[in-house]
Design a protein around this ligand. Structure first.
Ligand code: ZN
Length: 415
């Protein structure tokens, strides 16, 4: 159940976001400066950050996710101990539902090394998240119609616990359910909006999922390639739009034109150059989150800027689709090979029809493919990968079905 206060907060966040999406880059920057000033009292109450409160953003230390995960007690502004927070998140994962006007904690799928991250949110922050998401992902006209939103995501996601009523119905379909069960549940619910990870959308499309009711399709949790988008759009009748979300927060989303914009209206994202590549890793500050402040947190996704302006009107910076992580770059004598280069080389041959994983090492690489992938095709893909990555490639027909929750197609073997 959603309280009236919570509904009002969601509408306010939605409206604020829609207004921000029409602002100029300079106006967005002024908005970020004001939000940074308003954030300082919460930072003063957060043990890990209190000594820096009141200073400019650049004066704060850059933190790696592993440091934040070591002690959640140091990283909240509510005086809660690490053990108490972990117990709260475990209870939510076990199915315990927090009261609608209470603080909630949950485990996210995590980004670094597959480790899960604890996510803390007050009712105000959950409303902010839902309002922002609706504004960023859907045209205003979509809210005039009744919507049925199916969230096919990891269980226990506290952010979505504010299930709507009235015009918007939510259904959470856990990823742990089998494909057959999931298809039956989804077809019975008949969603107009579906959010799911790409690996699962591919499997559902392959298994014959049919949703004539579907109007908007979103994917998140892991990268999606161009070939996969084409295949999913053809099978499900809707082009998937990517949402870039991590434990660090809601970082970006594709607009109606299909370009991925950073959430520059509520985040201060600094771009740290990745040596020997044209790309960056993000250093993220969330200007809205107070219960669990996120200030200069270094993310692990490898991203490249897209300098072409976007006609959609939102001034948030545009980045190219994310295809992998900085820790999965392949260094080599002839230069560093990036995940987008590897995905492009392999999928030029395999398309999205065969699952694959490329594992790089210093002097060689392995291309793992599904057992039923034709040998000649796999060999052809291995040759393309060898040329792109400048190292010999061995092929193995041993890649099992993706079990989730995080698929990794490009891997660097840290010896
Ligand atoms: Zn756009």
């Amino acid at each position: 159940m959603v309280t009236m206060a919570q509904t009002k907060r969601i509408i306010a966040a939605w409206l604020r976001t829609k207004v921000a999406m029409r602002r100029s880059p300079a106006a967005l920057a002024r908005g970020r400066a004001r939000a940074w000033a308003r954030l300082q009292p919460a930072l003063a109450r957060c043990p890990a950050l209190s000594e820096h409160a009141g200073r400019p953003l650049e004066a704060f230390p850059i933190t790696d996710i592993a440091d934040l995960r070591r002690d959640y007690g140091a990283w909240n502004s509510l005086g809660l101990a690490d053990s108490a927070l972990r117990a709260m998140a475990d209870a939510a994962e076990a199915g315990e539902v927090a009261p609608p006007d209470a603080l909630s904690a949950g485990w996210s799928t995590g980004s670094g090394g597959g480790a899960r991250g604890l996510f803390l949110a007050s009712p105000e922050e959950r409303a902010e998240y839902v309002g922002q998401s609706l504004a960023r992902l859907l045209p205003a006209s979509a809210l005039l119609r009744r919507q049925r939103i199916a969230l096919h995501l990891r269980a226990g996601n506290a952010l979505y616990s504010d299930a709507g009523r009235g015009r918007i119905a939510f259904s959470h379909v856990p990823l742990s359910a089998s494909l057959v069960e999931t298809i039956a549940t989804l077809e019975a619910f008949a969603p107009t909006i579906l959010i799911a990870p790409p690996f699962r959308l591919l499997a559902l499309a392959e298994a014959g999922l049919s949703l004539p009711s579907l109007r908007h399709l979103f994917c998140g949790s892991e990268p999606i390639s161009a070939a996969e988008r084409t295949l999913i759009a053809a099978r499900l009748g809707q082009a998937p739009h990517a949402i870039w979300q991590a434990t660090e927060g809601f970082l970006g989303a594709e607009c109606a034109v299909g370009r991925l914009h950073l959430n520059d209206h509520v985040l201060a994202v600094e771009l740290e150059p990745v040596p020997h590549t044209p790309g960056f890793r993000p250093i993220i500050t969330d200007l809205m989150r107070r219960s669990q402040p996120i200030v200069r947190l270094r993310g692990d996704d490898y991203l490249e800027l897209d300098p072409r302006p976007c006609p959609c009107g939102f001034a948030g910076r545009v980045i190219r689709p994310i295809e992998g992580r900085v820790t999965d770059l392949w260094p080599g004598a002839l230069g560093t090979v990036t995940p987008p280069q590897i995905v492009a080389a392999v999928e030029a041959v395999l398309g999205a029809d065969w699952r694959w994983q490329a594992v790089g090492e210093t002097t060689r690489a392995t291309l793992r493919v599904a057992p039923d992938c034709p040998a000649a095709l796999a060999q052809h893909a291995a040759s393309a990968l060898a040329a792109a990555a400048a190292r010999p490639v061995t092929t193995l027909h041993d890649l099992p079905e993706w079990a989730g929750p995080k698929r990794r197609k490009v891997v660097w073997h840290h010896g």
